[in-house]
Design a protein around this ligand. Sequence first.
Ligand SMILES: [Zn+2]
Length: 234
Amino acid sequence: MTENHPQAPWRTCQVGSGCSGSALSPFGRCLRHLDGYKLKLAIKRAKTKGLDVRGVTIAPSLLKSIFDGLDQTVDGAVIVPRARFNSAKFTGPAGFDRATFNGHATFEGAKFHEEARFGRATFKGDARFVGATFIGNAGFDKVAFKGNAGFDWATFYGDAAFDEAIFSEDARFGGVKVSGQLSLQSVHAEKKLRLALSTDGTGMVNLARASLAGRNCQYLWMRSFRQRRLARHR
Ligand SMILES: [Zn+2]
């Protein structure tokens, strides 16, 4: 019912209970409100048309159905097509470990209510987590970001680990709010790394052994953010 979600920039689910999920054509419903063969068909179509779960509440069972319907690598990791998770709500753990994102992946405004695991994933296109909220810990260890990586205005209530991640294009962490530790140990950034913490957070950043190849790397922080929190060891 679009009238309940005038702010949603997509056509919303017509299930009749005010669902904010993006309505998939020709079903008129979001992925959460499809089942049986319609759910399978919608996921199959996503492999070529892209996965659209904008505004969808994604329980672990739905995430499993999505992964089961997508292709997998020989070692069993999911291959995600161009994907739009904008404003999606993950109600349980979100396990994208070792996933390959073949196109742009947008998680803008997404909310992870439990841990978010992206360890060893590969983003072949841009990865946009602008304004995302991570209530549990976030694991991005050893992720290969081959496109731009955008985490501007993301909120991490737990720890966020990007250890040994590789950023091939620009990496942006502008205005991020961190309550635990934002660990960028041993990351390798080819181009610009912009890091600016919001003063709202109480956490710290660890850039130990970071390899910052770009001459235009920037470390910025808000005026009242105490520099001593930025621990950099070699
Ligand atoms: Zn729905």
